[in-house]
Design a protein around this ligand. Sequence first.
Ligand code: ATP
Length: 239
Amino acid sequence: QAFPPLLSVDGIKVHYGAIQALKGVSLTVGKGEVVALIGANGAGKTSTLRAVSGMLKPSAGRIQFNGHETTSMKAHQLVPRGMAHAPEGRGVFPNMSVQENLELGAYLRKDTAGIQADLEKSFTLFPVLKERRKQMAGTLSGGEQQMLAIARALLSKPQLLLLDEPSLGLAPQVTEAIFRTLREVNATGVSVLLVEQNAHLALNAAHYGYVLETGEVVMAGPGKALLESAEVRRAYLGE
Ligand code: ATP
């Protein structure tokens, strides 16, 4: 399966003071593709997503998105270009209702009818959000907040959805529901770059995967192939 290019990350380095978190990471995400980034704690997964979404600026390397050089762009410049980031820790606004959080996701859009239709769509994807649309987001369960963060990101109508640890702290059934929804979202043409500690889940869901170790890509391949690799099974699947 060949995907036309959408995101291309080429040799990016990220430093936090004296700490080098990324030592030259390269990866690509195609149009319609789901790509997983796996690796241990501190491997650099979150830093990679932050660099891609413009939350931090790499000290070296290049990022291109949708045919444009975006290396130095900030998050607010990337959202209108079709990139949405559902960060680790969810980042929903606790003192706003579910509905208000969702509407914020669409703040750059002017197509009122389209927004309304997409709100309804997110309620179809996540029925629990419909039931709770008047409830303050801070009172939702962890899983519900995760769903809200994903739904809110989708309301910007992204071509690329960046997802950080969607399974973190969630019960297996909730995680399963989220991954099922991810497949539905992807089926509508949205590309996904997914960071996950749960390698099994992530590689099962992904067309392609990258393994990060101490700031470097040490292995890459189709999700299914990585799942079958002895090295991945030993290091990341506890076998
Ligand atoms: P985790 O799964 O634990 O979130 P990760 O693979 O996402 O890990 P990063 O969060 O990208 O890894 O961190 C990569 C390295 O950079 C780690 O050694 C981490 O301690 C360091 N690091 C991350 N953020 C900062 C920061 N703000 N200041 C200093 N060091 C940081």
